[in-house]
Write a protein that binds this ligand. Sequence first.
Ligand code: SAH
Length: 375
Amino acid sequence: MTDTPPEDAAERTPLEERLVSLIKLKGPISVADYMADAIGHPHEGYYMAQKAIGAEGDFITAPEVSQVFGELIGLWLLEAWRGMGAPASFNLIELGPGRGVLMEDILRAARLRPDFVRGACLWLLETSGRLRHEQQKRLRASGVKPLWADDLADIPPAPSLIVANEFFDCLPIRQYQYTERGWRERLVGIGADAGGTERLAFTLADAPPAPGIDFPDRAAPGDIFEASPDARDCAAEIADMVSAQGGCALIIDYGHVTSGLGDTLQAVRRHQYWPPLAAPGRADVTAHVDFEALARRAIDHGAAVYGPVTQGRFLESLGLSLRVETLCKDKSPEEAAAVRAGASRIAAPNEMGEIFKALCLSGPNQPAPAGFEGK
Ligand code: SAH
């Protein structure tokens, strides 16, 4: 990913028009409300309207880089299912399945145990109609018929295995900035560009935020603190599910191990960083995941927590190198080089191996999961 300034960031999209009118009427909105509309607005949201994922889209995810990613997660799930006592019927849930590539690879690897595939009730949590359609097409040959849900609460209670890759980074964050007067929420209001046209711009709330936010003890003016009530609620909901019904969740995403200061709101368009308030609906707007906040909330809700460990370490301990060499045996030298390059991209520390982390939230009676040894 490069930082080249975009030539067409000046474009005023239909969603920006809507937001500018709304803000003029009602006042500035939170960064969370902005993010929710920018990616999830039912008509103009990024995931509804754009070809987001893949080489031809705006960004690429680990399952799109290498099939080995999904295959190793498939084997991880088989192991977790055995740890649950191999139930004859269970929920297999994916949060934010994108184009369905990860689930396709998971189900191919899981064919080792036909009773796993037979017993899986596959639920996909997806807001985008466009992506639901792609998921349906891609999974047609898998032998498992997916069901779609808008919310975890809509899924009937049963022991559950849950996977979420690059889902939590999409959940809206609120931002707060430290000022001479103390903490103030950072909001999206209206400014003007060089030509005098009204554009979205950051501003600060006049009043201090309501109590109840766990601000760090020390901050300097200008520092930003982020909190994602949606992400924490989702971790709590998962923890409730696996504590009551059994099972576990594997959460993989980019983010930080401990909560702290820092502005991580980012946008990406055509594989380049993009100004987060420019052309809403045309760029993917996300934030780094605060793994400590997720883990804390899950523990409060009765789950056992493993990790986070870096993605590179997680995949290596699941046998990445071995699997790659096995795959390369029947390949031409060019194909083998491509397989190795893909594996290196998802696991190398200077690529996706370090910034991405894996976290497991598990039911209290579940054995320790593979890949988190020593944590
Ligand atoms: N897991 C996939 C795709 C990641 S992109 C992969 O690894 O390739 C994020 C996915 O989450 C998209 O499918 C997007 O439509 C979905 N998504 C984003 N916010 C969501 C929400 N609030 N509820 C359900 N799905 C959401």
